[in-house]
Design a protein around this ligand. Structure first.
Ligand SMILES: [Zn+2]
Ligand SMILES: [Zn+2]
Length: 340
C-alpha cells in the first residue's frame, strides 16, 4: 500500500526553511548513534565534504528522457570552484508540476539548478525529493524556498539531518564560504516503509524507502512514464562507492533494486543515465569483495589497519577515487562484520 502524495499546493504543510541552527541536535548527543558510529567518532569520513584539489566546473543539464533532465556531477570532491556540485541532480516535468531530485550540493548549486529549470518550464516546482542526508545531495534544497515545495525524504531523513546537518553545514562552509552553503532543510513529508507516490499530473513518481544500505535514509524513485529508476547513492557508476549505512544491508537492497526490473537508472554518481543491470552487477561485485575479504581479514586476526592495506585491492583500477574511499569502506565493513 502506498500513501498518495498528491500534487497540490503545499501551503498547509509549510516547509521548515528557517535558518534555525540545529547545533543542539549535534551528533555527539544523538541517542540514535550506534556503537559503530561511536567508534568512528560519529562519522565515516567518506560523507564529510573534503577539500578538493581540482576546481572542476560542473557540467550542464542533459535531457535523458522526455521531460527528465539530469546534470552529471564530476568525480571530484567539494571545492569552491564546483560549489559542491558533484552529485547527479535534476528534475522531472509533469503536466502540472515539476519535481526536483536531488536539489544540489549547496545553496549555490541549488540556485543554479533552479535557474536551469526556469529556462525549460514555468510550471510550479511542487516537490523536492532528497535521496539521502549527504551534503552533495541535500544542501541545494534551500534554493527552492520561494516555491514552497514539499520536501520529500526517507522516514529516517529528518532524524539523520537533525543529527548531522549542522556539522555538515559548518564543514561545507569552511570550504565554500557560509553564504554559498545555505540552511539545513528538513523534510516536510517522510516516506514510510510502505512507499509513496507523487502525481505530477498524469505522471506518477513511485518512491521507495530502503533499509540501511549506502546510508540509513536512502530513497529511490521510479518515473512511471519512462521507467527510469533514480537510485540516488544506492548506485555509483565508475566512482567508488562510500559506505555509511550497512554493507550487508546494501547488498540486500541491491537485490530489491534489481527486482524493480528497470532498464535504465540515474545513479547518484557517474553518467547521467546508465544501463541498470551492469551498474548493479559492478557495485555488487565491489561490495561482495569488500564483505568477503574483510571477513577473511577478521578471521585471520588482522587489525583494521592491516585490513585497510589489503582488502578489495583487486577493485582498485575499476573505480575513480578508489584510494580516497576504499580504506574508509574497509574500516566501516570491519566494524560491521567483526560482531558476526
Ligand atoms: Zn553522493
Ligand atoms: Zn551519499
Amino acid at each position: 500500500m502506498s500513501a498518495n502524495l498528491t500534487d497540490r499546493p503545499s501551503s498547509h504543510h509549510k516547509p521548515r526553511f528557517s535558518g534555525r541552527r540545529i547545533a543542539d541536535a549535534g551528533f555527539s548527543r544523538s541517542p540514535a548513534m550506534s556503537r559503530r558510529d561511536v567508534l568512528l567518532g560519529g562519522f565515516c569520513l567518506c560523507c564529510i565534504p573534503q577539500l578538493g584539489f581540482a576546481a572542476a566546473e560542473t557540467t550542464g543539464l542533459e535531457e535523458i528522457a522526455s521531460g527528465v533532465f539530469v546534470r552529471r556531477g564530476p568525480d571530484v570532491e567539494a571545492s569552491p570552484g564546483n560549489r559542491n556540485g558533484i552529485a547527479n541532480i535534476g528534475f522531472i516535468v509533469g503536466r502540472d508540476a515539476v519535481l526536483v531530485t536531488d536539489p544540489g550540493g549547496s545553496l549555490a548549486d541549488g540556485r543554479w539548478l533552479r535557474s536551469e529549470i526556469r529556462k525549460h518550464t514555468e510550471k510550479p516546482i511542487r516537490h523536492v525529493v532528497v535521496t539521502h542526508m549527504h551534503p552533495d545531495h541535500c544542501f541545494g534544497a534551500a534554493a527552492f524556498e520561494e516555491d514552497r515545495p514539499n520536501i520529500i525524504g526517507h522516514h529516517g531523513l529528518g532524524a539523520a539531518l537533525q543529527a548531522r546537518g549542522e556539522f555538515y553545514r559548518q564543514r561545507l562552509a569552511e570550504i565554500l564560504g557560509p553564504q554559498e552553503v545555505g540552511a539545513v532543510v528538513l523534510p516536510t513529508q517522510e516516506v514510510s516503509p510502505d512507499g509513496a507516490e507523487v502525481d505530477l499530473g498524469g505522471r506518477v513518481i513511485r518512491l521507495k524507502a530502503h533499509e540501511a544500505a549506502h546510508t540509513t535514509c536512502d530513497l529511490s524513485m521510479t518515473d512511471s512514464e519512462t521507467g527510469l529508476l533514480f537510485a540516488g547513492d544506492l548506485l555509483f557508476v565508475g566512482r567508488v562507492p562510500s559506505l555509511d549505512g550497512s554493507l550487508l544491508g546494501w547488498l540486500d537492497e541491491l537485490q530489491k533494486l534489481r527486482a524493480l526490473d528497470a532498464k535504465k537508472i540515474v545513479p547518484g554518481h557517474g553518467p547521467a543515465a546508465a544501463e541498470a543491470a551492469p551498474a548493479i552487477a559492478d557495485l555488487e561485485r565491489y561490495l561482495a569483495t569488500l564483505r568477503d575479504e574483510t571477513r577473511e581479514a577478521i578471521d585471520n586476526g588482522m587489525t583494521i589497519d592491516e585490513a585497510v592495506e589489503t582488502v578489495a585491492q583487486s577493485e582498485r583500477d575499476r573505480w575513480t577515487l578508489f584510494d580516497d574511499y576504499n580504506g574508509r569502506n574497509v574500516t566501516q565493513a570491519y566494524k560491521e562484520l567483526e560482531w558476526e
